[in-house]
Write a protein that binds this ligand. Structure first.
Ligand code: T46
Length: 136
């Protein structure tokens, strides 16, 4: 499976680091929404869904967590632990997030506003969705 990781430019000097993200420049879509996940309990696993349309970039701006990706025919595990690294997740990818460190803050840049109807939360429906797109 091809993993799309973005290495963002760090503007560092003697004061520390700064990363700036511009839509359609550093991020390959219009950013319509930003959310972040923090205070995740030990052993918690989140996600368990894919999307019909939504594209996202996940950045562990503090601490670390792992992402399980499933395209319907291949799986991969990605460790996010750098605040200047972003994982691109296309809509048609089943995702689960786990192994959050206590201090983890996972920032997400999203291409669409929140829409519960965009979620595919049933794994068999996800497989059907991928099949229907001829990607399997
Ligand atoms: C995804 C992964 C990486 C909102 O009200 N607005 C929002 O923009 C979001 C993202 C969530 N919510 C509400 C809906 C639920 O009541 O926040 C609650 C937790 O959301 P959810 O259970 O969907 O969270 P995760 O961590 O399972 O999934 C989230 C995103 O929803 C999802 O799109 O790809 O992070």
């Amino acid at each position: 499976m091809e993993i799309k990781m973005f290495q963002f430019q760090q503007h560092g000097d003697h004061r520390g680091q700064l990363v700036a993200l511009e839509e359609n420049n550093d991020v390959p879509f219009d950013v319509k929404r930003v959310y972040y996940i923090y205070d995740t309990g030990k052993g918690v696993r989140r996600g368990f869904h894919a999307h019909k349309c939504l594209k996202q970039i996940l950045i562990a701006i503090k601490g670390e967590c792992k992402i399980h990706l499933d395209s319907g025919y291949e799986t991969a595990e990605v460790l996010l632990n750098k605040p200047y690294e972003g994982l691109y997740i296309s809509n048609d990818m089943w995702r689960e997030m786990y192994d959050f460190s206590e201090d983890a803050v996972l920032l997400v840049l999203a291409s669409e506003l929140y829409d519960e109807d965009d979620y595919i939360r049933d794994y068999q429906k996800f497989i059907q969705f991928v099949d229907n797109k001829g990607e399997k």
